[in-house]
Structures are given as C-alpha cells and as structure tokens.
Design a protein around this ligand. Structure first.
Ligand SMILES: [Zn+2]
Length: 139
C-alpha cells in the first residue's frame, strides 16, 4: 500500500470510510465482528505474515496460528509485543480484552486466556479475517 500516511492515527473517520470497504470499516473502525466460520483466513495454514488491513502493519505470523475451532483465525501470540494494544472491553455485558493494531488503533478482535488450548501461552488471539491481509511465504 503506497498511499499510507506517515501516521494512520491522523486519519479522520471520513477518510477511513473512503479507504475501507463498508464491511472492513464496520469491523476495524467500529469494533464489529464478522460472522464465525465466514472469514477468508479461518482455516488458512499457509506460511506467511498477517498484516493489519487498515494500515499494513505486521501483526501475526503463521507460526503462531492454531486450530481453535472457534470460527475465527486464532493465534497464541502477536508477532511482537508492541504490535498490538490490549484494553478492557465491557461491551455486551462481558469482561473481555479487546485487541487493536498498535499502529493505527483499528479493532482486530479479542484475546482470551486460560482456555486450556495446548499452545505455549494458553492465550487465544481471536482475530477477524477482515481485519487482516495475508502475505504468503515470509514467516
Ligand atoms: Zn493498523
């Protein structure tokens, strides 16, 4: 993406609407959630890097993706600790932890811990496919 501004945080809401499709905008900028088992990367096992669809920042590697059967792409760790921001989310009457892109503050999904998945962290970064783009072969 060559037309990225130096700091995507400076984009206005109208500019985001122009840059994203309506579905991307609803998830990335309005903290929406795609329907389970519909995202294009739910079952992807190819080797590569997942980037933020809003700003292009690298977020997750395929080596941390695991089969959670929850209906969304799941990772046990972000690519780097500072690639994402985590913050409390009390919407829908639940205490969850929202995951956002650290570079542009776009909504990615939620992270859950202690569910018993056999991964090194026992965390599940449950990320909307529509929040990401996949670059194959660079993990
Ligand atoms: Zn981003």
């Amino acid at each position: 993406m060559s037309d990225q501004p130096a700091d995507p945080r400076t984009l206005t809401d109208d500019q985001w609407r122009e840059r994203l499709t309506p579905d991307e905008y609803r998830v990335l900028r309005k903290a929406g959630t795609e329907a389970p088992f519909t995202g294009e990367y739910t079952d992807t096992t190819d080797v590569g890097v997942y980037r933020c669809r809003a700003c292009g920042a690298e977020l997750f590697r395929s080596t941390t993706k695991f089969e959670s059967h929850c209906g969304w792409p799941s990772f046990f760790s972000p690519l780097a600790g500072d690639a994402v921001i985590e913050r409390p989310d009390d919407s829908l009457g639940m205490r969850r932890t929202e995951v956002l892109c650290a570079a542009c503050d776009s909504h990615l999904g939620h992270v859950f811990a202690g569910e018993g998945y056999p991964t090194p962290t026992d965390q599940r970064y449950c990320i909307n496919s529509i929040s990401m783009t996949f670059d194959a072969g660079d993990a």
